[in-house]
Design a protein around this ligand. Structure first.
Ligand SMILES: *Cc1c(COP(=O)(O)O)cnc(C)c1O
Length: 390
């Protein structure tokens, strides 16, 4: 039932608007009958791991879909990034945003590298040539950009900057499967890009990830480094790892790939409905994906501007949570405020104002297959009610 008075809010003892929690997990599950067929194939072949036919099919279909020479699947996105960083032979410091998933920065640490935290641009939420230029004096050897919410970084500007200063440029594209920059699909920018196929990403392998690149030599190193299996020895490398994708993961990924366009279209409908319904509310700034590029619409976010909205992001989230609407702080805090970085680099705590501002004001709204158009209507109406009455 929609609320008609403040006492009806669940936080004041009323009935929650939703019976079951509505999560911001944005999960798109592949069809169960397709999955069953794929798993029967694995059982009958008795080929579970070590670069089976499904993994090979996945790598080839991913490369075709993304329009790159090589897609190399790896157990998950974090491990894929660690292997890539080692395969590139990077040393020293890497310019990286703090406003990202902790895995981006943790991968640097695991690979023996040091993060040099950059702030992000207030309108794109990504690294920009300006925020990277600010930290060029640090002696960093590489730039790791993150295409946050699927909105690609300024790939042209960063490529020119990297070229001018002799920096290796690579991307965490975990959010950006199916998204474009300048009309070209993400996957072929920088020396290489990393994708995640975690269950919450638009392409769902349960757990999974890949590296994409157009560099044959780099691809050979990554292919060898992700496995101890002899069939994949294509380059002379010292460091190796078990980063293989199992056939089970590849099966889920292939089924999900069959449905990715349909899921993107359904995401888009939910996103557009939220955008339309939330537009009248002042202080709720909708994070727009409509700027002339293709998006996967996997991330529906709003920025809660406390003064204009008359309520803080955290208070709004608390009231929503009581109604079983599990909106999420994303990302909060910035990685530079989490362990080990806040202790390792205390001097950074005061120099990322945009990151801090975004961490304190952004809120991710529930979407994905489990969220119907009607749910979107009800959540939007609830937000409007709270803004007007609390
Ligand atoms: C999900 C994610 C990762 C990590 O990927 P996993 O497959 O979960 O290891 C890294 N960076 C970003 C931006 C992510 O969203």
């Amino acid at each position: 039932m929609p609320k008609s008075s403040v006492d009806q809010l669940a936080i004041n003892g009323g009935e929650p608007l939703f019976f079951e929690p509505l999560h911001a997990g944005q999960i798109n599950s592949p069809q169960s009958n397709e999955l069953e067929t794929a798993f029967r194939g694995i059982f009958s072949r008795r080929f579970y791991a070590n670069h089976g036919p499904l993994e090979r099919e996945l790598d080839s279909r991913l490369a075709t879909y993304l329009g790159v020479r090589h897609a190399i699947s790896i157990t998950n996105g974090t491990l894929a990034l660690m292997i890539l960083l080692r395969a590139l032979g990077l040393t020293g410091k890497v310019l990286v945003p703090s406003f990202t998933f902790p895995g981006t920065v943790q991968a640097l640490s695991w690979a023996g590298l040091e993060p040099e935290f950059c702030d992000v641009d207030a309108s794109t939420h990504n690294l920009s040539t300006a925020t990277v230029s600010d930290r060029l004096g640090s002696g960093a050897t590489a730039v790791l950009g993150v295409h946050l919410w699927g909105r690609a970084c300024d790939v042209k500007g960063l490529a020119a900057l990297a070229e001018e200063h002799g920096l290796i440029l690579l991307y965490d594209a975990a959010h950006a499967f199916g998204c474009t920059a300048g009309g070209r699909l993400v996957g072929g920018f920088g020396v290489a890009e990393m994708f995640s196929f975690h269950a919450t990403k638009v392409l769902n392998a349960a757990e999974g990830g890949c590296i994409t690149t157009n560099d044959d030599e780099l691809a050979a190193r990554v292919r060898t480094m992700r496995t101890f299996h002899e069939s994949e020895t294509r380059a002379d490398v010292a460091f190796r790892m078990n980063g293989k994708l199992s056939e089970a993961q590849a099966a889920v990924a292939l089924c999900s790939l069959d449905e990715v366009e349909a899921n993107i279209n359904a995401n888009k409908l939910r996103y557009e409905l939220y955008k339309k319904r939330l537009a009248p509310f002042s202080g709720i700034e909708f994070i727009d994906h409509a700027y002339g590029e293709k998006s996967n619409y996997q991330y529906v976010l709003v920025q809660v501007e406390k003064e204009a909205a008359g309520i803080s992001r955290d208070r709004l989230m608390q009231i929503l949570r009581a109604e079983n609407v599990f909106a999420r702080k994303y990302f909060s805090p910035g990685v530079h405020r989490a362990l080990p970085y806040r202790e390792q680099y205390p001097e950074v705590l005061n120099r990322l104002p945009v990151t801090d501002e975004l961490s304190d004001s952004l809120m991710q709204l529930p979407t994905g297959q489990a969220v119907s158009q009607d749910d979107v209507e009800r959540v939007s109406e609830l937000i409007g009610f709270i803004l007007n009455h609390v």
